[in-house]
Design a protein around this ligand. Structure first.
Ligand code: SF4
Length: 131
């Protein structure tokens, strides 16, 4: 599995919706898998990943979800690479990420700061304190 840093948290928080398009079906499939198999190796990547693969905003390898979307997303990911102590191409797991979240307040704070403006907050168990 390949995930960019901010998706390490999207896949933990995603609660599902009644109306899922192909993108959300794919996100839910990945989310279900990482909860059922939290030690699945995850390659952390600085670019499009397994979630982006089904996203209608991905064009020619760039994230165009809003103006300057690629720059915005890469900035979020750069901050999370730093907070997690990971680099492009390294392998981790959701289990390992959860330990960092639960034991390092700086990691938790960095994630909450980067996720603060996300349009999916209402659908995120992590940001709603349900995890
Ligand atoms: S909005 Fe951008 S970062 Fe998010 S899944 Fe789509 S292409 Fe990837």
């Amino acid at each position: 599995m390949r995930l960019r840093p901010h998706h390490l948290f999207c896949v933990q928080g995603y609660k599902g919706t009644d109306t899922e398009d192909d993108y959300l079906v794919n996100l839910r499939w990945i989310a279900d898998r990482v909860w059922q198999e939290p030690y699945t190796p995850v390659e952390v990547v600085d670019g499009p990943d397994d979630v982006c693969a089904m996203c209608p905003h991905l064009k020619d390898g760039l994230c165009l979800w809003k103006e300057a979307g690629e720059d915005v997303v890469r900035a979020h990911d750069a901050a999370l690479f730093s907070a997690l102590g990971l680099a492009d191409g390294q392998t981790t797991s959701i289990a390992e990420i959860r330990v960092k979240l639960q034991t390092d307040p700086a990691v938790d704070a960095a994630v909450r700061k980067q996720c603060a403006g996300c349009p999916w907050l209402d659908n995120c168990a992590f940001m709603n304190g349900e995890l």
